[in-house]
Design a binder for this molecule. Sequence first.
Ligand code: COA
Length: 375
Amino acid sequence: MASRSMISSATTGTAITGSGVWHPAHVLTNAELCDAFNEFIRREIARTGRTDLKESTPEFIEKASGIKARYVEDKSGLLDPERMCPNIPDRPEEQLSVQAEYAVNAAKIALAQAGRTGEDVDLVVLGASNLQRLYPALAIEVQDAIGARGYGFDISLGCSAATGAAIMASQALRVGQATCALVVVPELTTGHMNWRERDSHFIFGDASVALVIERTERAHPGSWEILSTQMLSKWSNNIRNNQGYLTRCDPTTEHDVDKLFHQRGRSVFKDVVPMAAKFISDHVAAYGLQPSQVSRYWLHQANQSMNELIAKRVLGREATREEAPLILDEYGNTASAGSLIAFAKHQEDLATNAYGVMASFGAGYSLGSLLLRRT
Ligand code: COA
């Protein structure tokens, strides 16, 4: 066991002073999802005569992923076997865009928890695996909607967009570029999925999460001091979405399914488990902590077995559900929002001076972690 004196006293001098989670109202269960998918498959077989198409089952989904249901922006399009895509009406440019609205909904909850208002905020960092447009930055629209000052920007980093955004915000505070940062993670993921593909139609759900980050001298007791942060990336084609502004420029490929989320799920599993376990272990060790001295691991929420294996490798034994909480049974994979939602929903019970690690891993590959201590 490491002695107390070996633990680092380093800190970023910043703290998470508020968090908030919001999700759309509609729940989509595995059974409902499979009913629509299987009807689509039967119609495809009748239409094309293909013999390679197979139906999906709720049992497989829960066993392979741990996901029981997810929240979705729209059910009507997803449950229509002729459509298999959410119906999300385009909005006029004068109206708040749907992804900015997701961000604002979570931001209001996080600001209230921090005891701050929109006017207190002077930096908005928006991170999401999918951004609904290229410009103007969604963060600037959120900044305007909540009446914030200062500046805002979006970051894109697959499932590490949220931890990346939190780390960018902490760094900006540290160098004195801002005093009260709002991190918003509007993950409207159902728009990027291929609902006609059996291997992945069950993975994602929609949700939004926000954090308020301030310098520690402004933080109230019970806030989470950010002691240190870590980021890593390593190129991989195993999780990819090729949708972009050049999509329309090649009429022979513009409607191909590679313009939606696709992955080699088995390879991701095999690559990411050891990579994430080492990444987290190294972060904890660099601070002079034993893994068991960390009370909670808020991990990215893609797959239950993946999380259990990563936590087991870090701790050298099975983790309890308290040590590594899961939210994916209820929410599905909410892309980069997962580890932040796990944090927001499972941190209240921890005592002063408890350590926690928030960690993400996903497309890129990209990884990010924040070592936290409760004040
Ligand atoms: N319903 C029923 N059976 C299904 C099915 C479905 N929806 N999808 C696949 N199957 C079958 C396959 O045909 C295969 O059958 P076979 O063994 O007879 O060939 C079997 O189930 C296993 O399929 P596989 O795709 O290898 O499943 P898996 O155990 O690897 O689980 C994932 C799939 C996606 C849940 C898993 O690979 C995973 O979570 N990977 C991590 C990556 C991730 O989630 N990334 C998200 C982005 S961060």
